[in-house]
Design a protein around this ligand. Sequence first.
Ligand SMILES: [Zn+2]
Length: 284
Amino acid sequence: MNIGRYELHQIETGRFGLDGGAMFGIVPKTIWSKLNPSDDKNRIDLALRALLIMGNKRNILVDNGIGTKFSEKYKKIYKIDHSKYNLDSSLKKFNLETKDITDAILTHLHFDHAGGSTYKEDGELKLTFPNATYYVQKANYDWALTPNEKEQGSYLKENFVPILEKGKLQLVEGKFEIMPHIDVIISNGHTTGLQLVKISDEKNTLVYCADLIPTTSHIKIPYIMGYDIDPLKIMQEKKELLSTACSDSWILFFEHDVITEAVKVKKTEKGFEVREKVFLDSRI
Ligand SMILES: [Zn+2]
């Protein structure tokens, strides 16, 4: 897919699993499990889908997956699987290596979004994208440094403090334009200072929804995650995004949906629904 002068591609960085109940909050398992089957530990499979934006001599990556630093114990708990998809092999499809990434936008610093920012070699933490500037909302960085009890398991300093220490972190505040036609939408219902990335030209707009709408199932307004810090706020933010996405025919891109990478939406008397699926790369 092309928007403006940019080429857009999905970059699958791996798969993992989270508790289905936590992913769907108040929705009963009898309902969510129809489209999201769970395993014997009640986990549902989730994607770790980054977005590659190429053009104007830049290779921009939005989020970077869960990374490779987890111990065997946590790999089992979160069912982390890099066998079918991983960052290196997905970038290679576009003749890129991690050193070629010029800009790494992080929607927020939860480990399943920013964990791929660093890796461990001989016990030392290194930056996965040594030539990139990393962009994070200042509000999210500050929030992650002193996390509340609910989120402290999700904000792991090894994923983001090294970026600051190596002088590669660009803290941004509110809306900013990383390049022409690429800007961000701020959301505070899932965590504080999450930024959705929006790429647009005169004809098309694509929004990287991150954890505001992690999968197609979450298009329904009450389908919100137990992880969200402010349920009423996230429902309002979803309504605003989905309303504009309907009226202006925006493409919504999902980070965690194992089947569907992107859709356009419509509004019916039942609420918001998928109008059509959208594929960024041609399907062979
Ligand atoms: Zn999150």
